[in-house]
Every structure is written in C-alpha cells, then in structure tokens.
Design a protein around this ligand. Structure first.
Ligand SMILES: Cc1cc2nc3c(=O)[nH]c(=O)nc-3n(C[C@H](O)[C@H](O)[C@H](O)COP(=O)(O)O)c2cc1C
Length: 199
C-alpha cells in the first residue's frame, strides 16, 4: 500500500475490539520505530511508556475523560512524555549528545528561557506522534491519539519523576462496527486551496 493510500485509510478509532491483542513481535517493532523518531538537533527529549497490563489500563481509564472505553478496550496504551524541565534535559539528555548539539542549544535555545525551551522540547514529542500514527497504520494497527486525558493523574500512576505526560495513544484493532471508520464516516479535511499554497 502506498503512503497516500495509508493516509486516506487511517483514522481515529473510537471503538476497539477488546478480544484482539497486538502480538509481542509487532509491539517490539513499534517500540523501535518510536526510538528512531527524528527530533530537532536529535534532542530525543521523550519517554514512551507501553501499557498492556489490564489493571494499570483500568486505572488510567478512570482519568481518560471521554476516552475511557478506548483505554479499556484497546490492546495497549502508549503514553508520550517529555522531560520534566529544561534542567533535566540539560543534565540527562544533552550530555549524551554530540558537541555541535550543545553548542546550538547554549547559543540559540538557552537564551530564550525555560518556557520556550519546554515548548520546543514538547514539539519534538508531538513530531514522534505523527511518526507513530503513520507507522501503526502501515502495520495494519488502529490507533487513537488522545489529548483528552488527565495528564497529572497519569503522572501519579506512572511514577516517573523525570518526565511528564503530554498525551497518550490507544492502539489495537477496531470494533467491526466502529462508526468513525472512513467507510461509514468519510474523512473530513479542508480543501487543498485552503491549506496548500504553490508559488
Ligand atoms: C494531538 C491530538 C490529540 C487528539 N485527541 C483526541 C482525543 O482525546 N480523543 C479522540 O477521540 N480523538 C482525538 N484526536 C483525534 C482527532 O480528533 C482526529 O485526528 C481528527 O478529527 C482527524 O480525524 P482522523 O484522525 O480520523 O483522520 C486527537 C488528535 C491529535 C492529533
């Protein structure tokens, strides 16, 4: 299938078949794909937590607002987190990166202040979301990106002090009757002339 076919067919799954689980081999591939996500100056300011454990999924579901059923029924929940602050990034990640990275960070990013650094770090994690959603579709896996979760409560469950939750993605296999699949609910996008410009 071409990438264009995948873009036309992938969609945000609203109802999962809870009897279908993603096999471990495929999960390992997804972990490796996330590890290979690109990021500005190769900063990799993220942590990706894969949850298969039903008890932890149930606890997360309680803090997943309108996404509760998806969290319960999907095969796995992947939580995307960013380093907790600029200092943690500098101490735990920057040190591991090549010198040109540190130079760019100190000259260009550091003077902008912690708030802008966090915005920049967070943007890198969102980029990995796009990479991941494309990858899951390529592997025939259905997915739901979810900002509609209580990130503070997720943090309390995950207990990873150096990172904070940004959003999560449910992955699994659609319920045959999921009303959001494109065959039942055609994809809505703005027209090309509204969003694409050629000069
Ligand atoms: C960052 C992000 C957060 C989203 N959060 C949610 C969410 O909490 N729950 C949900 O059902 N869909 C969520 N969506 C799905 C979007 O509503 C969906 O991608 C958009 O309507 C386009 O539809 P499609 O993905 O089916 O093509 C989110 C999408 C993105 C990219």
């Amino acid at each position: 299938m071409s990438f264009l076919d995948i873009a036309q067919k992938r969609y945000t799954t609203k109802k999962y078949d809870s009897s279908k689980k993603i096999d471990e081999h495929t999960i390992e591939k997804l972990k490796e794909i996330l590890r290979l996500s690109p990021s500005s100056i190769n900063s990799q300011p993220w942590k990706f937590t894969f949850v298969a454990d039903e008890e932890i999924k149930s606890r997360l579901a309680e803090f997943s607002l309108g996404n509760r059923e998806k969290v319960l029924d999907a095969s796995h929940i992947v939580i995307f987190s960013v380093v907790k602050d600029a200092e943690a990034f500098e101490n735990n990640k920057l040190k591991l990166l090549p010198e040109y990275t540190t130079t760019y960070y100190n000259r260009v990013l550091k003077p902008r202040g912690d708030e802008q650094i966090m915005t920049w770090l967070t943007s890198q994690v969102y980029l990995s979301l796009g990479f991941f959603l494309s990858a899951t579709a390529t592997l025939g896996i259905d997915s739901t990106p979810m900002e509609g979760i209580n990130t503070k409560e997720y943090d309390a469950i995950l207990k990873d002090d150096n990172y904070k939750t940004l959003f999560a993605v449910a992955i699994g296999y659609r319920d045959k009757e999921d009303e959001n699949q494109p065959s039942l609910n055609p994809k809505f996008r703005l027209d090309a002339e509204d969003v694409i410009r050629s000069i």
